[in-house]
Design a protein. Structure first.
Lengths: 513, 233
């Protein structure tokens, strides 16, 4: 076990132990058959703006390299640089050398070889999938690489079968569940059997059951000698799979870890935003105010087929409830029904004694998973003006809840960072003074640092009397934000002990240490 | 009967779009607008709701615009303080029919086809550059996603105390901005995804355009829409 930690000896100095620079300036890896060797001195999206600093590393045959770091540390930029997409597609720049097998992806010729050598799985399946059916999606890769239409379809079908999607080959992609979409991204990226697999935040949009599938799939790839590069801030899911871990911070290498990190390192990683340890279980003193939302014998779903039935629910003033379950189990449908956007198939929803039959933002406010849907303004100021005009909450009250308001006042809400957009969406909802705010998967894509900020915001609003129902499969939400947790399983909703649910979510995902 | 060749339907749709811009008379525009609008909405069932909504928004926007810049000629009707003249109605009708013809022809092209066969057909038969063919095909993947986005945005608008469907041009911006913002980000990553999966390496085979009965029917329909309007005032 070897640890080069910025904890013990900051700043970390690269030892050049993985490769040598020859007299001719070429990189020569010391590992047997390296698949990837990179020595980057700087990279960015536009001239003069440096996103990545000095970074060096290599991945050998059958090895797994995990690159971790907080949001904005340059993880995705590293993938774009290593694949050549940054220079060849996005007009960016890279100073240094990168080799994938014998190809230099920083040159146009080398970039053209990357699709044959590597399979790249992007963060969000919604953005990666470009064809309407699974068969088209997988065959598209093969046709690009010169396979005939017939051969492409045969191979695609066989790959879909391997990923359990054969029966859905001709269905529209939008009819697949989140986990199935993720599996499809894998199938379409490796159908041509590349020797290198690159994964960008693969856990960001999947539930723990999906994470387990990803881990199993990685084992399969590795057993065939494929190398894997993963970029991920939820490090805990891949700790046992990594041969080496590189920690990025502000575009530079902050630490390099071989073997399993110790508890001190896990805590230090947490501080910079990397989720490396098991979820915590914290409790706050909830006095148990009066009930504000009650649902009785509720059935929710589309058409006449309920996704969840016999739901009995009570939320008290200032209470935070987490609803946990697999992708597609009906969590979002339940939230939308509670918000009055969908009619319940059966049962009733009462808010402060009044039945919810339609959208009443002063009673319940639903915040979607994609915060952009909620925005109406051209700038942050305009956004708050609009919220103020309709909700009656003064703009000074709204802006006082946004610590970064002054510096971002004229920025379009769509240009704010992911964490800021989430923050803004919750403040807009709060502005309408609802009794209950419904948050749909609010922590997707948030690193631990941003998660803590969101947690503090939600706890502050809850302390002021606003209740929350949060749909999630993130153990951090159940452990550190929620007062109670309900598990959606087999079409029913039942209350479970929070610690038990956190344990179950992590075990399902394969976190053992 | 088999489906007509993608290339022939593409030529049909492109020609109808050009005719929609070439024709100036309301009667001529009515021929192509009503024919293609009806056929497009019939065949493009999947996209019907979205297209009708976008058409309604466009026509309403056009009418408001026409009231400002083309409200000339004899009075057509008076609505409270608003006097609507024939010029505004004619301008709205012309642009509405033009948009209906274009949307209908686009639906006839897109609805019965899948993107992969569109890319192949346009590349192999019409020798169209792969990037252009792919953009057309990807639009089909985007439409259902945009339809879902639209539903979410409308829900958010209701929550925020705004109309589900905007009526004023200013209001329209607040619906279109999030729709485009989400679609733009999605399309940028889709481009990266396609390139990293070898789109730049595509070497389309060449094949001749197949001409049989389905193609003759499509070309005849096109000829009729060129000849009949020329007989009208």
């Amino acid at each position: 076990m070897h640890h080069d930690s910025w904890l013990a000896n900051p700043p970390y100095l690269f030892t050049h132990r993985d490769f040598l620079v020859g007299e001719d300036g070429e990189l020569r890896a010391m590992k047997a058959r390296p698949r990837v060797v990179y020595s980057i001195n700087g990279a960015g999206y536009s001239a003069g703006i440096r996103v990545l600093g000095d970074l060096r590393g290599s991945i050998g045959e059958g090895e797994v390299l995990v690159v971790t770091g907080p949001s904005g540390s340059g993880k995705t930029t590293l993938i774009l640089a290593v694949t050549g997409a940054l220079t060849s597609l996005l007009g960016g720049w890279v100073e240094g050398t990168v080799m994938l097998d014998n190809a230099n992806p920083l040159s146009l010729e080398g970039f053209r070889l990357v699709p044959r050598l590597a399979g790249v799985v992007l963060q969000d399946p919604e953005k990666q999938l470009i064809m309407p059916t699974p068969l088209d999606e997988v065959a598209f890769t093969l046709e690009n690489l010169g396979y005939s239409e017939r051969e492409a379809e045969e191979r695609a079908m066989s790959m879909l079968s391997r990923f359990g999607l054969k029966n859905k080959a001709h269905m529209h992609v939008e009819e697949l569940s989140g986990g199935e979409k993720r599996r499809l991204t894998f199938a379409s990226s490796i159908v041509h059997e590349p020797s290198l697999l690159i994964l960008d935040e693969p856990t960001s949009s999947v539930d723990p059951w999906g994470i387990r599938e990803i881990r199993r799939f990685m084992d399969q790839m590795r057993s065939t000698g494929s190398s894997i590069l993963i970029v991920e801030h939820k490090l805990k899911y891949f700790l046992d799979k990594a041969d080496e871990i590189i920690v990025l911070q502000e575009g530079g290498e902050a630490a390099r870890i071989k073997g399993t990190p110790g508890s001190g390192e896990i805590e230090a990683l947490r501080k910079i935003g990397v989720d490396a340890g098991r979820a915590r279980i914290t409790s706050r003193n909830v006095t148990g105010g009066r009930p504000v939302l009650t649902a009785r014998s509720l059935a929710v779903g589309y058409g006449d087929k309920p996704l969840l039935s016999n739901v009995d629910l009570e939320v008290r003033e200032g209470e935070i409830l987490a609803i946990v379950g697999r992708n597609g189990c009906g969590k979002t449908t339940l939230l939308k029904t509670l918000a009055g956007a969908l009619k319940p198939l059966e049962g009733e929803i009462m808010v402060e004694g009044e039945e919810m039959r339609e959208i009443k933002p002063g009673k319940i406010f639903y915040v979607p998973q994609q915060p952009d849907y909620l925005f109406l303004g051209r700038s942050l100021r305009d956004e708050l003006l609009k919220a103020s005009r309709k909700s009656g909450t003064s703009i000074s009250q709204l802006s006082s809840m946004i610590p970064w308001y002054e510096e971002s006042i004229n920025i379009s809400p769509y240009r704010l960072s992911h964490g800021q957009r989430r923050w803004l969406s919750i403040i807009i909802a709060w502005g309408y003074k609802p009794r209950v705010i419904l948050l749909d998967e609010p922590t997707t894509g948030l690193d631990y640092k941003l998660f803590r900020r969101l947690r503090d915001l939600v706890l502050k609003l809850a302390a002021g009397g606003t209740s929350f129902i949060i749909s999630t499969h993130d153990p951090r939400v159940v452990g550190e934000i929620a007062d109670r947790a309900l598990l959606a399983d087999g079409g029913k909703l039942r209350e479970e002990d929070r610690a038990r649910i956190v344990g179950m979510l992590e075990e399902e995902a394969g976190v053992t240490s | 009967m088999r489906r007509p060749s993608i290339s022939i339907v593409f030529i049909y749709s492109l020609t109808i779009t050009l005719l929609a811009f070439a024709y100036r008379s309301t009667w001529r525009l009515a021929v192509i607008g009503l024919l293609n609008g009806a056929a497009g909405i019939y065949y493009g069932k999947r996209y019907r709701k979205l297209i009708l909504l976008l058409l309604a928004l466009s026509v309403w926007g056009t009418f408001l615009d026409a009231l400002a810049v083309s409200n000339t000629g004899p009075v057509a009707f008076v609505l409270g303080p608003l006097t609507v003249r024939r010029g505004a109605l004619t301008a709205t009708a012309n642009i509405g029919l033009r948009l209906t013809a274009i949307a209908g022809a686009a639906l006839l092209f897109a609805a019965p086809s899948d993107p992969r066969s569109i890319v192949r057909g346009l590349e192999e038969e019409l020798h169209m550059p792969s990037g252009l063919a792919f953009s057309l095909a990807y639009a089909l993947r985007l439409i259902p996603l945009m339809r879902r986005d639209l539903g979410e945005i409308q829900l958010a608008r209701l929550e925020r105390g705004y109309r589900k469907t905007p009526l004023t041009p200013r209001d329209m911006g607040s619906l279109i901005m999030p729709l485009l913002s989400v679609a733009y980000e999605r399309a940028s990553w889709a481009g990266i995804s396609a390139e990293l999966r070898g789109f730049g390496l595509r070497k389309p085979r060449r094949r001749k355009i197949r001409v049989g009965m389905p193609e003759i029917i499509v070309l005849s329909a096109l000829a009729a829409q060129i000849i009949i309007p020329l007989l009208l005032p």
